[in-house]
Design a protein around this ligand. Structure first.
Ligand code: ZN
Length: 305
């Protein structure tokens, strides 16, 4: 019998009942629609699976809000790629933190991200930063009202940027610790993947081969993810920025060639990334609210002349 934590690290197909693996019955449809946030048994760290009776008995220390996007991912990955990835990472890393005693709560993922550079691509559903701010404020307010005073926004989409939103919300909710990170920055792909990229590339494709292999089309169907470089030197060099117009800068909506992707690479990266995230959740959960900083409460050494 596998522990819940280990079981949730397995590819989705391995978690499903035999009839679901064969693609039979309505259960298959439901399970595939809601992606990795399913398990053969309820997981108390996944709020979508917990009951009021269980939640009432648990003193949650940290809420984790996964945030993805609905957008084109080359010809071989599904639109909800960012949601599958970020949900799977949140679920498994939270399982590991929970096993170590941290009481973490993974909230349902927000499925729409900022996609202002893809408005001309069908079903790329843009959620403006101002709308995200409204959503986030309601989430923080709901948590604050019931005494959950730590929130980590786990971002899974390059167009999302929660830093500025959290700056504003932190001033409104000074007694809540607001943290954000993007998983793709938490662990670089160097040493795991051969061909660099940032969208539907080798890294994202490998991850999807691990977390949702049934949704990855044969790699022969994928475009090569070629992108056109900016004709502006500073933007090309990365020290100035402008929104990418995706249908002008790419051919297949991808950025980075997925040709060398594999489930094995995805599994290795997923596991290492989950270990790193679990460490962060555990540390945040244990952090006393009056000691965010080293030596807080003690007097600082006098300034040097
Ligand atoms: Zn993506």
């Amino acid at each position: 019998m596998l522990s819940a934590g280990i079981r949730s690290a397995l590819p989705l197909a391995a978690c499903l009942a035999p009839q679901a693996r064969l693609g039979l019955g309505p259960a298959t449809v439901v399970r595939y629609l809601i992606g990795m946030s399913v398990s053969p048994t309820p997981r108390p760290w996944i709020i979508a699976e917990a009951t009021w009776a269980e939640i009432r008995e648990t003193e949650y220390e940290l809420a984790i809000l996964p945030w993805g996007a609905c957008e084109a991912h080359n010809y071989h990955l599904p639109y909800a790629t960012d949601n599958y990835q970020v949900e799977a990472l949140a679920a498994e890393s939270a399982a590991r933190a929970w096993a170590g005693g941290a009481r973490v709560a993974v909230l349902p993922a927000v499925p729409f991200g900022v996609n202002t550079g893809q408005l001309d691509i069908p079903f790329c559903i843009n959620m403006n930063p101002s709308t995200q701010m409204a959503v986030l404020r309601d989430v923080v307010e709901a948590l604050d009202g019931v005494g959950v005073r730590k929130l980590a926004v786990l971002n899974g989409h390059g167009g999302n940027d929660f830093k500025q939103l959290l700056r504003e919300l932190q001033a409104e909710f000074p007694d809540t610790l607001l943290v954000t990170l993007s998983w793709f920055q938490a662990l670089k792909g160097d040493g795991y993947f051969d061909i660099p990229g940032d969208h539907a590339d080798e890294r994202e494709t490998s991850l999807m081969m691990h977390v949702a292999p049934h949704l990855v089309r044969p790699l022969e169907q994928a475009g090569d993810g070629a992108t056109r470089a900016w004709n502006v030197t500073a933007i090309r060099e990365g020290w100035a920025w402008a929104q990418r117009a995706w249908t002008r800068a790419t051919v297949d909506t991808g950025s980075g060639d997925p040709v060398r992707a594999s489930a094995d690479k995805g599994r290795r990266y997923f596991n290492d990334l989950c270990a790193r995230l679990a460490g962060l959740w555990s540390e945040l959960s244990a952090l006393p609210m009056n000691q965010w900083y080293e030596g807080e409460g003690e007097s600082l050494p006098p300034p040097q002349p």
